[in-house]
Design a protein around this ligand. Structure first.
Ligand SMILES: Cc1ncc(COP(=O)(O)O)c(C=O)c1O
Length: 477
């Protein structure tokens, strides 16, 4: 068997299953034999490999057998120094990376549109934080253009930074000149941690934007479950240089992750790596062609624009930009009504995620036909919708390190009163899970207006520690 086709963890689990062994160990479903009848048929296959750290099955937290072998195959495939399986998603990898990096002196520079796991890592570590805001993109209507000059300026200002944490690509598949940032940061010996949750496939082909590992990042985190065929919560952390101490990363990973990691999730990581490795140039070409065909099927004359792909865009993401007078939520309901379920729906944009797949499009073709028929009857409100473009300052140093905030008293105030105050909670529209207001920053009027707009459009907004109906939580200074 060719090396990359080996799936040592998966194969060992299957071998154990065929033994028909008596389980005198956890989990309590006893290889799927003890289970509530209603769900047994559906769950049984997967439960038969839902095992634990018994003989021969290794231990994620101290690997020396099949898990180690599977991780080494992943490392060879992705080109890292070492790769680690994560069973708590990229969330676990981001937390561990930020906690390890925060052990150095100096602030951590992050993108404002970082996932909440990065902010949570900073809060746990108590680190001092600098936010770098991406700019509004006229091309896409989204806040996702990270300007290299802004990051370079932040590095100039904070040369003692303990790390830069970047998101690449973002939720919408947008990338930027990561190489210039990495090269610049390395001149100051600042490690660059890349949350590449959405980019596990980027290394597969030169027609895709380059991957963060290829570009020289120090730590890279991949949600295998997002873009590769892996089970939800399956992710990788790749260690790529000595700038971040791998022993500290390992320490935090075992601290954050369950002591009973899921074997089905780990086996799916083993299989997903083999799947990625099995795709050749021709197959990727066929997948890309299929995506192009699908994008043509989506095109709508009135309701939205299928945003054209640039060379910096991941072609596996399609963003529909809703035309004035229409509403993304209403369009999405029509799509769902014919069996087309998007990844993310906003008033102004709908995000669709393509799979690593080139099978027949017959069903999809019919569904888009039905979708267009359904959309025909949709009445647009042709009044212009006022969308306020928010102007975040390019670089914001959070006034206090998270460590200091832990001891301060908080109080609830109305949205009006909150302007100019230090936020004691994060306000996070979900998805994409990017804080509109980050805990520890001074609240601006623009943020409050944006919050009202999102609330009016019924978007799900998560808010740690404050009830938005009642008001916002601020620190009393
Ligand atoms: C940019 C980014 N990073 C990290 C995460 C967390 O990934 P996971 O769901 O694998 O924990 C997400 C999830 O949506 C994300 O969008």
């Amino acid at each position: 068997m060719i090396e990359h086709q080996r799936t040592p963890l998966y194969e060992t689990l299957v071998k154990h299953r065929w033994k028909g062994a008596t389980s005198y160990h956890v989990p309590g479903h006893k290889n799927g034999n003890v289970f509530y009848e209603r769900g047994k048929t559906l769950f049984q296959d997967i439960l038969s490999i839902d095992l634990t750290e018994i003989s021969g099955l290794d231990d994620l937290h101290e690997p020396g057998g099949v898990i180690q072998e599977a991780q080494e195959l992943a490392s060879t495939h992705f080109g890292s120094r070492a790769s680690y399986f994560l069973v708590g998603g990229s969330t676990a990898g981001n937390l561990a990376s930020v906690l390890a990096a925060s052990e150095r002196e100096g602030p951590i520079l992050i993108q404002r549109n970082s996932h909440k796991s990065i902010y949570n890592g900073l809060e746990l570590s108590g680190a001092s934080t600098v936010l770098i805001a991406p700019r509004y993109s006229v091309r896409t209507g989204l806040y996702h253009d990270l300007h290299v000059e802004d990051v370079i300026e932040a590095v100039e200002q904070f040369q003692d930074a303990s790390a830069i944490v970047l998101t690449y690509p973002d939720y919408y598949g947008n990338t930027y000149d990561l190489k210039s940032i990495i090269d610049y940061a390395h001149q100051f010996d600042i490690p660059v941690i890349v949350d590449e949750a959405h980019g596990v496939h980027l290394h597969l082909d030169p027609r895709l934007p380059s991957s963060a590992i290829e570009l020289g990042a120090d730590i890279v985190v991949h949600s295998a479950h997002k873009m590769a065929p892996a089970m939800t919560m399956g992710a990788f952390l790749h260690h790529c240089s000595s700038r971040v101490d791998i022993n500290r990363i390992q320490h935090y990973l075992q601290l954050i992750q369950s002591s009973s990691p899921s074997y089905p999730i780990m086996a799916s990581l083993d299989l997903s790596r083999a799947y990625l490795a099995s795709l050749d140039e021709k197959e990727i070409g066929r997948i890309l062609e299929r995506i192009e065909t699908e994008r043509k099927l989506m095109a709508s004359p009135h309701h939205y624009e299928v945003i054209p792909h640039h060379a910096t865009d991941d072609p596996f993401k399609t963003t529909l930009r809703v035309q004035e007078g229409y509403n993304g939520q209403e369009i999405a309901r029509r799509l769902e009504g014919v069996g087309l379920f998007p990844e993310l729906v906003q008033d102004s944009h709908i995000l669709l995620v393509h799979g690593l797949d080139y099978s027949e499009l017959n069903t999809i073709e019919k569904r888009w036909e039905k979708a267009h028929n359904s959309l025909k009857s949709m009445q647009g409100n042709h009044a212009t919708i006022e969308t306020e473009v928010m102007n975040y300052p390019a670089i914001t140093r959070m006034p206090y390190p998270y460590q200091q905030l832990k001891h301060w008293v908080t109080k609830e105030v109305t949205a009006e009163e909150a302007v100019g105050q230090l936020s004691a909670c994060s306000v996070i529209p979900y998805p994409p899970g990017i804080p509109l207001i980050a805990k520890g920053e001074i609240i601006t009027e623009g943020q409050i207006n944006e919050l009202r707009r999102l609330q009016q459009s019924n978007l799900h907004i998560q808010s740690s520690e404050c009830n938005l109906q009642k008001g916002l939580l601020i620190y009393e200074r």
